[in-house]
Design a protein around this ligand. Structure first.
Ligand code: BG6
Length: 477
């Protein structure tokens, strides 16, 4: 079903994110007929460029970042017809009247700021000054949304000067991932799990976002940020919220976001002994983190593992272990819910029966696995074995259904005016209020992260964090 006709102004239209994700995402939605034929996507950036040059650049990006299909060339030709380009400068009045002249009245209007956060205030101000910040326009911003509570507040204030909260769409692309939304379906569209979803039945939860790539091409940003700011404060906290939140009374943006904020506000401060930070070291022939950022003294972490507690009735005493890092042995994102062991074993001569594990795989091979214990078939008496009850979304839903990329979903939600999968201002600030003291602690002690081998599961100290509690991480990959 096509969304309403829209004008989308994409600031930073020649940047990496626009070329890799946003424009290919729009193209895919156009391909399936969701973006209407008369939609307009107006690229905007500081560089002087003709609309034809911009179209050529978008053509190259789509050819590089979308799979070739028999009719791609023909659809792409039509898609490029929706594109235009206007050069503007956030810091001066240049170009803004021309941009305004391009916009149509009476269609949905969205401004997508795929630019550095330092430009948010300038662009928002220019939109206001040139009469483009109308009360029904939407403004979309990308992370990093601040680097601490103070800067996040400043960003919020600079956007709220001209736009109301219901117009502001803060992207955390993890919320657009299919399995992340499936987590809500699993919890709240099934009656099986929710009665067990608490401290009485759950021993602990592990959330892993492991990456095999390093920080190629983003060294300056990353070294200034590190895994805590880049991944934990946003993506991992969001996964934690969706896993831990109370059932919202309805599936509306504020009902869902109210419940997420309550989880963040219930997070206990994290003791330094519950955190292991790591930095990948040089290997034979392979540069390490310090070589990549060109600073032998850098104390930025490319890996972090931590034990987090949610101080509320449902989760009292249930640790949530979070871990994320670069240059690890595989690219794996998953949430593992470890249920408690059965209270009593009736079977003689068998190992104590292990609790069930529910594994929610975000990537790769999105799906859900429930590890269950069965009788081991075959001779040799009554033995037990753990086997997976496995569901891969690709298999269950038909192999040829290409999974939607997070950006496809999120950009269409902006046009539809649905903020459920976007972060509200108070939510982002609450996450920084929790993260800030942790980061400030490292800055005070000037502790160095522990080195770890590239292609490993992170530093030894991360394993110890679990062993100490008599638990084990799930293997990465
Ligand atoms: C981004 C981070 O937000 O998420 C990157 O800035 C990270 O450092 C990326 O690589 C991971 O996203 P995905 O979708 O590839 O898991």
């Amino acid at each position: 079903i096509p969304v309403e006709p829209f004008d989308l102004v994409l600031f930073g239209a020649t940047g990496d994110l626009a070329r890799r994700k946003i424009l290919p995402g729009l193209f895919h939605r156009y391909e399936v007929g969701q973006v209407p034929q008369d939609a307009r996507i107006i690229g905007s950036a500081r560089s002087e460029m003709t609309p034809d040059e911009f179209k050529a650049d978008v053509r190259a990006a789509i050819e590089e970042f979308t799979p070739e299909t028999s009719d791609r060339a023909e659809v792409l030709g039509r898609f490029l017809g929706c594109l235009d380009y206007v050069s503007v400068d956030a810091m001066s009045d240049a170009g803004w009247s021309a941009l305004k002249g391009q916009l149509r009245p009476d269609v949905v209007r969205a401004y997508y700021l795929s630019v550095a956060p330092s430009l948010f205030a300038g662009i928002a101000g220019q939109l206001e000054k040139h009469g483009m910040a109308m009360p029904d326009a939407r403004i979309v911003v990308e992370k990093p949304f601040g680097r601490n509570l103070e800067t996040a507040r400043e960003l919020n204030a600079s956007l709220r000067k001209f736009f109301r909260e219901h117009q502001i769409y803060r992207i955390d692309h993890y919320l657009g991932k299919e399995t992340v939304q499936n987590l809500m379906a699993l919890r709240f569209a099934n009656s099986l799990f929710e009665p067990l979803w608490n401290a009485t039945h759950i021993d602990h939860v592990q959330i892993t976002v492991a990456e095999s790539l390093g920080i190629e091409g983003r060294e300056a940003y990353y070294d200034h940020s590190g895994a805590m700011r880049d991944m934990v404060q946003n993506h991992l906290v969001q996964l934690l919220c969706l896993t831990a939140m109370e059932p919202p009374s309805k599936f509306t943006p504020n009902a869902v976001r109210d419940e997420k904020v309550k989880v963040i506000e219930a997070l206990d401060p994290v003791a330094p002994s519950d955190i292991a930070r790591g930095q990948y070291r040089a290997d034979e022939g392979e540069d390490g983190y310090l070589d990549h950022v060109g600073d032998p003294q850098s104390r930025t972490e490319s890996f972090i593992a931590m034990k987090v507690r949610i101080a509320n009735w449902r989760w009292a005493g249930v640790p949530f272990y979070l871990r994320t890092g670069k240059r690890l042995r595989a690219r794996v994102s998953e949430i593992m819910v470890q249920f408690r062991d059965p209270p009593h074993t009736i079977f003689p001569n068998v190992e104590p029966v292990q609790g069930n594990k529910l594994i929610i795989r975000l990537q790769p091979d999105e799906g859900i696995t429930l590890r269950t214990t069965i009788k081991d078939p075959g001779p040799g008496g009554f033995r037990l074995a753990e086997v997976p009850l496995d569901m891969s979304f690709a298999e269950a839903l038909g192999a040829d259904s290409r999974p939607q990329d997070a950006y496809e979903r999120l950009v269409m939600d902006v046009i539809r005016g649905d903020q459920t999968l976007f972060m509200r201002g108070d939510e982002v600030e609450a996450a920084w209020a929790w993260a800030d003291p942790i980061i400030e602690g490292w800055e005070r002690t000037r502790d160095k992260p522990f080195p770890y081998d590239q292609g490993s599961s992170g530093p030894e100290e991360a394993l110890m964090l679990m062993h100490r509690d008599g638990r084990r991480w799930r293997q990465i990959g």
